[in-house]
Design a binder for this molecule. Structure first.
Ligand code: IPD
Ligand code: CA
Ligand code: CA
Length: 260
């Protein structure tokens, strides 16, 4: 089947999820806690994932789905859809309009399609492997900043408040000691990666992310000319991992700081 048919379904699924988000945003999103009181879940997370899974299963019943909120029966297909129905739930639950829907299709564990949709700004980031990355049909590329001193960085805090938190706070101090322009914590890792891809930021790191947080964004970033590795500089796989993403030019400088 042509990649365009897969992309068409990915876009349809993201559109359906976005409608659900718009309906619930600021309007009784029925918030409850997941593993801890600061890891939230809303009705929008659940309904959006159901809508996405329904659309995918309807078209490609033999494909795998790896979603954040539900377990799906594994199939022998080489194709897997990796879905974060709402990336940025804590923002969403507080009425802060920074969140996204992230959908990737991987073949043999390698993303071949990635889309990240921000329904509040109507910004659709998308990439097909070897075909470049786009924001609303306009080609995007990473920034040209070659020095950490010229860089605006983004980070994220995993839900762990012990070792990962301490490590991230130390890293922040070390990056500021290098004279970075600034640091942001936006709350949607999928969007963070797209912002590096489109040159809005120069680098991003987070101690531990799940495949649904980065599968789509990693392809978009690479297709925009950026680089993504773990904190040891190794290629990332679709497993939970630390993530360092950059415009490529400052990657080694960021790795060096993360090793302190
Ligand atoms: C979270 C967001 C956040 C990141 C967390 C993720 P969720 O995803 O991407 O920016 O810092 O590590 O878990 O829970 O809103 O889907
Ligand atoms: Ca997420
Ligand atoms: Ca989520």
């Amino acid at each position: 089947m042509a990649t365009s048919s897969y992309l068409h379904i990915a876009l349809k699924a993201a559109g359906a999820a976005a409608e659900i988000h718009k309906r619930y945003f600021n309007n009784d999103a029925k918030v409850r806690a997941k593993s801890s009181h600061f890891n939230l879940l809303t009705q929008a997370d659940l309904e959006a994932e159901q809508a996405i899974a329904r659309i995918i299963k309807n078209e490609f019943p033999d494909h795998n789905i790896i979603g954040e909120e539900n377990q799906y029966e594994r199939t022998s297909s080489p194709y897997s859809w990796i879905v974060d129905p709402l990336d940025g739930t804590n923002n969403f639950a507080h009425g802060l309009p920074i969140f996204s829907v992230s959908i990737a299709l991987a073949k043999d564990n390698e993303p071949i399609i990635g889309i990240v949709f921000d329904p509040m700004r109507d910004e659709l980031f998308k990439a097909v492997k070897n075909e470049g990355a786009y924001l609303n049909d306009k080609k995007i590329k990473v920034s040209g900043s070659a020095l950490l001193k010229q860089s605006l960085l983004i980070t994220g805090f995993y839900y762990d408040r012990s070792r990962a938190m301490k490590r991230t706070l130390d890293d922040i101090y070390h990056f500021f000691s290098e004279g970075i322009i600034g640091l942001r914590r936006l709350g949607s890792a999928a969007l963070d990666l797209c912002y590096v891809a489109s040159g809005r930021a120069d680098g991003f790191w987070e101690f531990l992310l799940n495949p649904w947080d980065f599968a789509a964004g990693s392809l978009i970033l690479r297709e925009a000319g950026g680089k993504i590795t773990d904190f040891k500089g190794r290629a990332i796989r679709l497993d939970p991992t630390s993530v360092l993403a950059s415009n490529g030019h400052i990657h080694d400088q960021m790795l060096e700081v993360l090793h302190r």
